[in-house]
Design a binder for this molecule. Structure first.
Ligand code: FAS
Ligand code: PHB
Length: 389
């Protein structure tokens, strides 16, 4: 087989790039190792920046997002005893859209299948070769047959556990990785959200987040040790712990109910040394993992795709390699800004088992200063709603 672009990975990064290339009539094949049903079963992010929303609308997959997505003009923060609001509209003249990653992924799959795009599922043993030549190749197994695709460009959208990132020689030798000693135990419940907007809490017992997917579907998280297992947490135990992580006048409003999903996401940070080499580009979690505290993971995947798409169009339409050469530096600049923000939010809001009392007092003071400083709230608002591309 031959095509112009091979996309490895059918998560949000791969799908958004596929939608953009389809609209530009640039030929591509997307290969995904799992079934579509498996990809859609994963419950992940919930907050979209304006830039992400605009790209989805521009490629024509934003109708349900516009009708069902919730526009939020701010976010709440709390401790065990305090509660305050940060107004994005007032401080950054921007908003966020709350709409689940699962729905974003579903909308893009539906569109791509309706358009007749070339999507291959259950591709096993995927490999990339010749990416430092003008004729890279991708090979994979499907139903017992080995296939080879010749192409001009390969885009690795295959997530943290994918094969692409270490195909870039400098990444195999050096990247930035840290496994944090904490995880997020999350549940999805068919209950009304605790408040009209998200609540991030640094309680005396640890971090909690009250989020949502709609007026009748809520998403909650509590920090747990990274060694914890969801099986140790009955619904009753989860709800009791969650209540203890918000001020009483807030948690007294909590409506509980059966969980329809329960999982633990480990918190880690990873940034690849380079997001490209020759004709191979990386987008999304294949290139970086940010702690979910800043709601940046999915949104960084979108800005990577924005830059990668520009570089691909320049190459395909004008045979100009400048965009390909500059892609990594350009994308990493925004990645590190989002990593800084996510790292800051994570350390301000979580209790780390190995941190000393002095550091804990500094982080308490950080949150207290955020509560009282409009300029700090302005910086948070600019970062949370999405820095410019
Ligand atoms: P993804 O990991 O979503 O997709 C990669 C795709 O590539 C997968 O479908 C995988 O099957 C496929 N693949 C892997 N190897 C392959 C191979 N060799 N061949 C073919 N296909 C291959 N972000 C937030 O902002 N908020 C959150 O609350 C949040 N929670 C998360 C919870 C978990 C458990 C995880 C893992 C991530 C979470 N994230 C969160 C981050 C998440 O939303 C990612 O940023 C987002 O999925 C990035 O999308 P992709 O880069 O497309 O990667
Ligand atoms: C979510 O709704 O899943 C969510 C929201 C904000 C975050 C992380 C996850 O920072």
């Amino acid at each position: 087989m031959r095509t112009q672009v091979v996309i490895i990975g059918g998560g949000p990064a791969g799908l958004l790039l596929a939608c953009k290339l389809f609209k530009k009539q640039i030929d591509f094949i997307l290969i995904e190792q799992r079934t579509k049903e498996y990809v859609l079963s994963r419950i992940r992010a919930g907050v979209l920046e304006t830039g992400t929303v605009n790209q989805l609308v521009d490629v024509g997959v934003g109708d349900r997002l516009k009708s069902e997505g919730q526009i939020h003009g701010g976010v709440y923060f709390s401790t065990s005893y305090d509660f305050f609001h940060i107004n994005f509209r007032q401080l950054a003249n921007k908003t966020i859209t709350v709409y689940g990653q699962t729905e974003v992924t579903r909308d893009m799959y539906e569109a791509l299948e309706a358009w007749g795009a070339n999507l291959i599922f259950e591709a096993k043993g995927v490999d990339i070769s010749g990416h430092q030549s003008p004729q890279p190749k991708v090979t994979y197994d499907n139903e017992g047959t080995r296939y080879e695709i010749k192409c001009d460009i390969v885009v690795g959208c295959d997530g943290f556990h994918g094969i692409s990132k270490n195909k870039i020689s400098v990444n195999a030798e050096h990247s930035y990785f840290a496994q944090l000693p904490i995880g997020w135990l999350g549940i999805l419940s068919e209950t009304p959200p605790l408040k009209d907007e998200l609540i991030y809490s640094r309680s005396d017992r640890g971090f909690a987040l009250a989020s949502m997917r709609s007026d009748t579907l809520s998403r909650y998280y509590v920090q747990v040790p990274v060694t914890e297992s969801p099986e140790n947490w009955s619904d009753d135990r989860f709800w009791e712990e969650l209540k203890l992580r918000f001020p009483v006048h807030i948690s007294s409003e909590l409506e509980t109910g059966p969980s329809i999903e329960k999982s633990i996401a480990p918190l880690r940070t990873y940034v690849s040394k380079s997001m490209s080499e020759g004709r191979l580009l990386l987008c999304g979690d294949s290139a970086h993992i940010v702690p979910p505290t800043g709601a940046k993971g999915l949104n960084l995947a979108a800005s990577d795709v924005y830059y990668a798409y520009e570089a691909i169009v320049e190459h395909v339409n004008n045979n100009n390699q400048t965009g390909l050469k500059n892609y990594s530096e350009k994308a990493l600049k925004r990645v590190w800004k989002s990593m800084r923000f996510s790292w800051w939010m994570t350390h301000m809001l979580h209790l780390f088992p190995d941190s000393d009392r002095f550091t804990e007092k500094i982080m308490e003071s950080e949150l207290s200063q955020l509560r009282n400083s409009i300029s700090m709230q302005k910086v948070l608002s600019e970062n949370y709603t999405g820095l410019p591309y």
